[in-house]
Design a protein around this ligand. Sequence first.
Ligand SMILES: Cc1cc2nc3c(=O)[nH]c(=O)nc-3n(C[C@H](O)[C@H](O)[C@H](O)COP(=O)(O)OP(=O)(O)OC[C@H]3O[C@@H](n4cnc5c(N)ncnc54)[C@H](O)[C@@H]3O)c2cc1C
Ligand code: SF4
Length: 341
Amino acid sequence: MNSFSYERALAPDKAIRSGSARGAKFLAGGTNLVDLMKYGVESPTTLVDINHLELAQVTKSADGGVAIGALVRNSDLADHTLIKSQYPLLSQALLSGASPQLRNMATTGGNLLQRTRCYYFNDVNFPACNKRVPGSGCAAIKGYNRIHAILGQSDKGSTSGESCIATHPSDMCVAMAALDAKVEVEGPKGRRIIPFAEFHKLPGTTPWVETALRADELIVGVTLPPPKFAKNAYYLKARDRNSYAFALISVAAGLEMDGDHVRSAGLALGGVALKPWRKAEAEKVLVGKPARAETFSQAADILLQGAIGYEHNAFKIQLAKRGVVRALILASQGTTEGVQA
Ligand SMILES: Cc1cc2nc3c(=O)[nH]c(=O)nc-3n(C[C@H](O)[C@H](O)[C@H](O)COP(=O)(O)OP(=O)(O)OC[C@H]3O[C@@H](n4cnc5c(N)ncnc54)[C@H](O)[C@@H]3O)c2cc1C
Ligand code: SF4
């Protein structure tokens, strides 16, 4: 392991000042960053420990929504009365992730910024990874790509400096995307709000640029608008094991119902792209329609338009389409508490 210095920040402005030094990184739960340091993928010069900042509250906002501090632990968020009762989609997504021990450490800010689980990115013995070493190629395109992207990837061939077919591994983010969350960040130039759809970046020609967060900015929290999908929400996660595994595909489905017709919908896919995958047309097609498999299937087709599979992950296209239909059917039947299948 490389040597690094450690600082404990007691106020956001101090954290931002220390965090803007070249090579510095914020340390929250450490469940992703410390692993990456052990693998040699990340080698910060300074760790700025932000665990003592007062950012661990969940509070009701004046507009009827909710504000979630960046240091709220995943287990506390999943179990919070307001989240369980008003945003069950988020609670279900969080409970489907990692293990109880990891969720007790993992924070909201860290979950947003967790890095891809692409095998080639996480193992420095593989030289070709454009995300880790810009211009080195992408080992996944012609390698083992079971967990990789089918949407929004950049594929100019494995030797191109632009290619990357990685996915974002978070469950929490998929629910937040469907719920129209916003990310609140603070830097030397003040606070700004980033709509969730703009927070994570697709790889494009710069796979190493992962989010809209600037190097000197701290995530201070996430806000959710007033709840719409409390009664009809379902988070579906398909994975190789039923616990302690990342999603092959996941679906966050929230419906606002008017009798047996859909009044509005929030729909996002996980495990298929480098960001939660959402399309306004897929939600619009549901509006005013009866809650039936045929209607939901139209939304699935729109959401998966343009999907391209690889040698080991082409199955994800059908899996995702079926997952969307199933999640919407189950959401339309009413929310059930706790982790979903
Ligand atoms: C075995 C295992 C299984 C897992 N399974 C799942 C799963 O099924 N689903 C899932 O969603 N996740 C899963 N995870 C990932 C886990 O959820 C993340 O590791 C965790 O959410 C990261 O949060 P953290 O607070 O520990 O982040 P850290 O590791 O502390 O930080 C991660 C990154 O975020 C930056 N950072 C942290 N907070 C801030 C902030 N406030 N402002 C700016 N930058 C910040 C850090 O500098 C670092 O770059 C798993 C992890 C492991 C190890
Ligand atoms: S998919 Fe992306 S992260 Fe994985 S090897 Fe290719 S460039 Fe690297």
